[in-house]
Each structure stands twice: as C-alpha cells, then as structure tokens.
Design a protein around this ligand. Structure first.
Ligand SMILES: Cc1cc2nc3c(=O)[nH]c(=O)nc-3n(C[C@H](O)[C@H](O)[C@H](O)COP(=O)(O)OP(=O)(O)OC[C@H]3O[C@@H](n4cnc5c(N)ncnc54)[C@H](O)[C@@H]3O)c2cc1C
Ligand SMILES: NC(=O)c1ccc[n+]([C@@H]2O[C@H](COP(=O)([O-])OP(=O)(O)OC[C@H]3O[C@@H](n4cnc5c(N)ncnc54)[C@H](O)[C@@H]3O)[C@@H](O)[C@H]2O)c1
Length: 472
C-alpha cells in the first residue's frame, strides 16, 4: 500500500470538467488531488472536440477545390494525403496538450496521480497504491461511446470516436451508425476527404434540433453526396475487415469498407464502485441535484458523467464553476440550463441556445413571437455566397427565450444570443447595438429588428405622432 493522502478536494478525471475544477480550486488556495487513469485532457482533447474539428478543417480545404467556380476560380480535384491530414490532427492535439498536462497542473500546485480511482468509503478513494481521503470529492469521469446490442457487431472491426482519429488510410466507403453530431460531423469530414459515406440513422438525423433547421442542413449534406438514411434501423452486422455489411429492418443491406458507431454515450461509472460511497446513479450516470451534489453530500459530479445532462465541453466547464462556488465557498450556486448553447460543426453549421420554436410554443403559447432573418438578405453572406441559412429568434414579451441558427459561423453568431439569454437582456439591447457593416453578425440585429418593425412602422399611433410633430 502506498501513501494515505488527506486533502481538501479530490477530483476524479482530468477531462474538460475535472481540469477546470482542479485549476480553479487550487488557485483559490485549496489542497487538490487530481486522478487521471487515461490521457490528461480527456475526450475533448484526445478523442473528441479537438481532433474532430481539426479533421473537419482538413475536409474544408479539400471541399474548397470544388466551390470556386462562381468566384471565377475553376474547380479542381484535390489530391488528399490522408496520412498527412491525420498528422495535422495529431499535431493540433499535441499543440494544445501542454495546457491540460500533468506538468502544468503540478506547476499550479495540484497533486496529479495517474491512476483510475474507485470509492472504498463515503470520503475515500483508492487509486493504484494510493488511498485518498478528501473533504470534498468531484466525479468528472466523463463518458465513453455506447455500443448498441446489434447482433454481429462485436464480431467485426468497428470504429468509435476512440479509434477513428487513428486511421492512417482514408476509409474508402464508410458506414456510420447514428445521425447525431458525432456521426454527421465525421461523415462530412471523411466525405470531403474523399470517402464514400452512408449514414444509417434509426430515427431522425439531428433529432434534437429544430426540424426546419435539421431539414435544411441535411438537404445540404445530401446535395454534397452523403447518403443519409433516416428510419434505418440496423438489425444485424456481418462481414470482415474491408467489407462490413449492415442489415436494415426490412431486409435491405448496405456494405462499406469501415464502420463507425456513433449512437450516443454511456457514463463512465462502472469502475467507480459508487455504491460503496452511497452515490445514487442510473443508466444515464450519476444523479445530482440543481447544485450538482450527489446523494452523498460531500460528493459532486460535473460534465458528461451526470445523468440526463448536456454533454459538451463548455457545459463541463460551467459545471466546474458551480462546484467550486459550492464546495469551496459554500455558496448556494445552482446550475441553469436555459442559457447553455450548443453548436454542431457540419457545413452549414447549426447552433442553438435556449428553447427551440417547438419548446417555446409549448411553454409560451400565444405569447411567442418568432423573429427571422435569412442569410440571403445579408450583404456579407451575398458577397461570400454563403446565402444558405437563417436565424430564428424566439421572443416572449420583448425578451429572447431561444435562438436557432443554421448557416455559416452559426457557432459564432449564437454567442450574442447566449449573452442576451444568460443576462435576461431585452431585444432592445440589440436595437441599441451597432454592428459593423458588412458582417454576418448584422443578422442578429436584423432578427431583433423584426420585433420592433411592426410596432414602429405599422403603428397608427406612431404615424399620428410623426404627423403631429411635423406640423411644427
Ligand atoms: C467526437 C466527439 C466530438 C465532440 N465535439 C465536441 C464539440 O465540438 N464541442 C463540445 O462542447 N463538446 C464536444 N464533444 C463532447 C465533449 O468531448 C465532452 O462533453 C467533454 O469531453 C466532457 O468532459 P468531461 O470532463 O465530463 O469528460 P471527459 O473529457 O471524458 O474526461 C473524463 C476523464 O476521466 C478519466 N476517468 C474515467 N474514469 C476514471 C477513474 N475511475 N479514475 C480516474 N480517471 C478516470 C478519463 O480517462 C477521462 O480522461 C465531443 C465528443 C466527441 C466524442
Ligand atoms: N459539436 C458538438 O458540440 C459535439 C460534437 C459531437 C458530439 N457532441 C456530444 O456528444 C454527444 C454524443 O453524440 P452522438 O452523435 O454519439 O449521440 P446522439 O445521441 O446525439 O446521436 C446518436 C444518434 O444515433 C441514433 N441511433 C441510436 N441507436 C441507433 C441504432 N441502433 N441504429 C441507428 N441509429 C441509432 C439516434 O437516433 C441518434 O440520432 C452529443 O449529444 C453531444 O453532446 C457534441
């Protein structure tokens, strides 16, 4: 047995959530121990956001060879060196890695132990030869790819987000099971780098998004040549390396050289022995209250491991702030969800914050006003021929309660709406703002303007006032 460590805060997992908790807490003077059994940086850095966005960027360069004609730049067939694209992905990870590294965290004063942890008591965790007893413990163990119980799947080589970024050779014909953000981002990136891609989605692709937004995005992906099949339930898998066949309900079969499974996530809790610490959980993960506290009062959870939570890096970071306030300062901080944005980095990009139109209509009924601005009506979008897309703002009594965007830079454009919803700003805040011309950002002002236009331009009262003032 190694050392028995006593500390203020023990963080289990050094991914987006755990690193943020550890960095914040140690800089505020707490004694912090951080456990990481795998790679520092967790999924986002090593197998998630960072490699996927890097591969998408490579795909964008290849795609640009075919889109210049309207600008007077003739099309050409790109020669893609997939191994170099992979090297680019690795080098982006390596460049960012020092920020999440053991060295950096040790320099901050965190005691980093590279072992998997498991509870042995309410306040104590074993990790390799170490035993750690802590006043507060944060579970930040994240999630791993869910593998559906499809007969035959285990007998063929299949890829997940844990292996797909290690490919050195382009898959010629990629089958993707799952039409969520992981499936579609990776489908488009590989397609642009020269793969044939078929997406098999059991229900509706982009099923969480506003249906109008999903429809527009999916139409574009299909136009590009990606075969997206919805309502395509895979009932069996067979084959061998290089020729894998998915059988669909109804009997149809689809064959590809590679298979990527992207059907959602399962929480990483199996090895934690949560029962030993009296921590309630279900299939979705660790159960927490609004303050992110588990059924064990000294234990909190952040990020993907939370049951029913939103699984994004920025959400894990937001959770970290709540836990620091509660665990270190005893403040009654509570996690909100109404202001949390998300973006899916397909082209056209999709972004959402707050309620969708459907949700807003259900909650606010006749009080809901839907404000829109089309990319085609924006001068910068015209200049760049980025005219596919729109922004939809859901407004109630002069305030935004949600915004949905599809189109170029949606993830950037959503941010003013995140700011507005987080701070309960009124739409008049957008009217007061001046946006530089010509920018896509003017779309937000245009959408907000839709709220005031009928009130100003169609109001008999306003017209009477103007006529009256003009007499003097
Ligand atoms: C392909 C893909 C693309 C994505 N793209 C985006 C994106 O663009 N934007 C976005 O916001 N989100 C994205 N995500 C989601 C994002 O990666 C996660 O939401 C985020 O990583 C969650 O952070 P976390 O800290 O909860 O967990 P993780 O980052 O998974 O970290 C958990 C860590 O805990 C460690 N661990 C597990 N069990 C133990 C244990 N018992 N003891 C010690 N250590 C343990 C693991 O090794 C891991 O390092 C993407 C995910 C994937 C898979
Ligand atoms: N841009 C981003 O921020 C980003 C990118 C990737 C992932 N993520 C995060 O990771 C999470 C997981 O992503 P995901 O795409 O794996 O999951 P998801 O749950 O969002 O989508 C999975 C899809 O697979 C389908 N599916 C499930 N079982 C199936 C089956 N047997 N056959 C065919 N289809 C099936 C579902 O209907 C669903 O549409 C996301 O919810 C998100 O939080 C975020």
């Amino acid at each position: 047995m190694g050392e028995h460590i006593h500390t203020d805060l023990l963080v289990i997992g050094a991914g987006s959530g755990g690193l943020s908790v550890a960095a914040g807490a140690v800089q505020m003077g707490a004694r912090v121990v951080l456990l990481e059994g795998g790679r520092m940086g967790g999924d986002c850095l090593n197998r998630g956001c960072v490699p996927s966005k890097a591969l998408i960027a490579a795909g964008k360069h290849a795609h640009a060879f075919g889109t210049g004609t309207p600008f007077g730049v003739s099309r050409a067939k790109p020669r893609v060196d997939f191994a170099r694209a992979s090297a680019h992905v690795r080098s982006v990870i390596e460049t960012i890695a020092p920020h999440d590294s053991q060295e950096r965290f040790e320099a901050l004063g965190v005691r980093v132990i590279r072992e998997f942890g498991r509870f042995i008591a309410h306040d104590t965790v074993d990790a390799g030869p170490w035993r750690i007893t802590a006043r507060r413990i944060v579970i930040a163990t994240g999630s791993s790819p869910m593998v559906p119980p499809v007969p035959g799947l285990e007998a063929v080589p299949y890829l997940t987000n844990e292996s797909v970024f290690d490919l050195e050779q382009r898959p010629d014909n990629l089958l993707v099971i799952g039409g969520g953000p992981i499936g579609l981002e990776l489908a488009q990136a590989h397609h642009r780098l020269g793969a044939r891609v078929t997406v098999l989605e059991a229900a509706r692709a982009l099923g969480r998004e506003d249906p109008e937004i999903a429809a527009l995005a999916l139409a574009r992906l299909r136009d590009e040549g990606i075969d997206i099949r919805e309502g395509a339930k895979v009932t069996a898998i067979s084959g061998e390396p290089g020729a894998i066949t998915a059988q669909l309900e109804g009997g149809e079969t689809v064959t590809g050289s590679h298979l990527l499974v992207a059907v959602g996530r399962k929480p990483s809790i199996a090895a934690l022995d949560l029962e030993r610490a009296g921590i309630a959980h279900d299939r979705g993960g660790v159960i927490v209250d609004a303050g992110l506290r588990t059924s064990n009062k000294r234990v909190f959870a952040v990020g993907d491991v939370i049951s029913g939570g939103l699984q994004f890096t920025h959400v894990a970071g937001y959770h970290a702030g709540i836990v620091i306030r509660r665990a270190l300062f005893g403040l009654p901080a509570r996690a909100r969800t109404d202001h949390l944005p998300r973006a899916t980095y397909i082209d056209p990009e999709i972004a959402q914050v707050g309620l969708t139109e459907e949700e807003a209509r259900r909650r606010h009924g006749v009080h809901l006003e839907v404000l829109r601005a089309e990319f085609a009506g924006n001068d910068r979008a015209q200049a760049e021929r980025l005219t596919t897309g729109f922004i939809k703002v859901l407004a109630v009594k002069g305030r935004p309660v949600g915004a949905s965007i599809v189109g170029a830079q949606a993830g950037e454009l959503i941010q003013v709406w995140s700011l507005a919803i987080a701070n309960r700003l009124k739409l008049s805040a957008f009217a007061n703002m001046v946006a530089p011309y010509p920018t896509l950002g003017e779309l937000s002002k245009r959408a907000a303007g839709q709220y005031f236009a009928p009130r100003l331009f169609e109001s008999e009262r306003v017209k009477r006032i103007v006529r009256f003032v003009q007499r003097f």
